[in-house]
Design a binder for this molecule. Structure first.
Ligand code: HEM
Ligand code: HEM
Length: 185
C-alpha cells in the first residue's frame, strides 16, 4: 500500500548522499591505484598518484563528515532480520568504518614515509630517505587494508542484493534516493 510504504522508515537524504559518495570515491580510489601501477615512471604516473592522494584526502573529509553527521543528526536504523543477521550487519558496517579510517591513515603515512611530488608542483620530503624497508612495510599495510575493504564491500553488497532480490524487503530502498522506484510502484 502506497501510504504505508512512504511512511516506512528510511535514511535521511544527507546520510544517503554521504553513503553513495563514499562508495563511489572508494571505487575510484581502488581503480585509480590500479592505473598508477600500469603507467610508466614519469610525469603521467606522478599525476595519477597525485590524483589518488587528493582523492584520498577528499575521502578522508567525507568519512569525517559522515561520522559526525551520523553521531549528531543522521537517522540510525536498526538492522533488519534475526538477531544473528543483525549482528553480522552491524559488524560489517562498523568494520567498514574502521577499515576506511585505517585506509586513510595508512595512505597518509605512505605519502609521508615515501615522499612525493604532488602534480610536479609541490614536493613532500620523505620521512627517512633511502629507507625502502619502511616504505615497503607501510605500502603492505595500505594494500592489505585495501584487500580487506574489498572483502567487506563484497559481503556488504551481497547482503544488500539478497535483501532486495531474495528477501524482497526495504533495506536497499531505505538507503536509496528519497523516492526510489520500488516505492513508486
Ligand atoms: C579507500 C581508499 C583507498 C584505496 C582503496 C586505496 C588503494 C590503493 C592501492 C590498491 C594501492 C596500490 C598498493 C600497491 O600496489 O602498492 C595504493 C597505493 C597508494 N595509495 Fe592508496 N588507497 C586509498 C586511499 C589512499 C589515501 C587516503 C592516500 C593518501 C592520502 C593514499 C595514498 C597512496 C599512495 C601514496 C600509494 C602508493 C602509490 C605508488 O606506490 O605508486 N591512498 N592505494
Ligand atoms: C565502497 C562501498 C561501500 C561502503 C564503504 C559502504 C559502507 C556502508 C556503511 C558503513 C553502512 C552503515 C551505515 C550506518 O548505519 O551508519 C552502509 C549501509 C548500507 N549500504 Fe553500503 N557501502 C558501500 C557500498 C554499497 C553498495 C554498492 C550497496 C548496494 C548494492 C550498499 C548498500 C547499503 C545499504 C542497503 C545500507 C543500509 C543497511 C541497513 O539499513 O541495515 N552499500 N554502507
Amino acid at each position: 500500500m502506497q501510504t504505508v510504504e512512504s511512511d516506512a522508515p528510511r535514511y535521511d537524504a544527507t546520510t544517503i548522499y554521504l553513503h553513495w559518495a563514499t562508495a563511489i570515491l572508494v571505487a575510484l580510489q581502488w581503480l585509480g591505484a590500479q592505473v598508477i601501477d600500469l603507467l610508466p615512471r614519469g610525469p603521467l604516473r606522478i599525476d595519477a598518484r597525485s590524483l589518488h592522494i587528493v582523492g584520498g584526502l577528499l575521502l578522508a573529509g567525507l568519512i569525517v563528515g559522515r561520522i559526525i553527521w551520523r553521531l549528531r543528526w543522521g537517522r540510525r536504523l536498526s538492522p533488519d532480520g534475526t538477531r544473528l543477521l543483525a549482528l553480522a550487519a552491524k559488524s560489517v558496517h562498523y568494520g567498514l568504518y574502521l577499515l576506511l579510517i585505517g585506509m586513510v591513515v595508512a595512505g597518509v603515512a605512505l605519502t609521508w614515509v615515501r615522499g612525493d611530488s604532488i602534480f610536479n608542483v609541490f614536493a613532500i620530503p620523505a620521512y627517512d630517505p633511502g629507507n625502502r624497508a619502511l616504505v615497503k612495510q607501510v605500502q603492505g599495510i595500505h594494500e592489505t587494508i585495501g584487500n580487506l575493504i574489498l572483502v567487506f564491500v563484497g559481503l556488504h553488497v551481497a547482503a544488500a542484493l539478497l535483501h532486495h532480490y531474495f528477501w524482497r524487503d526495504r533495506v536497499l530502498a531505505r538507503m536509496s534516493h528519497p523516492r526510489s522506484h520500488s516505492e513508486l510502484k
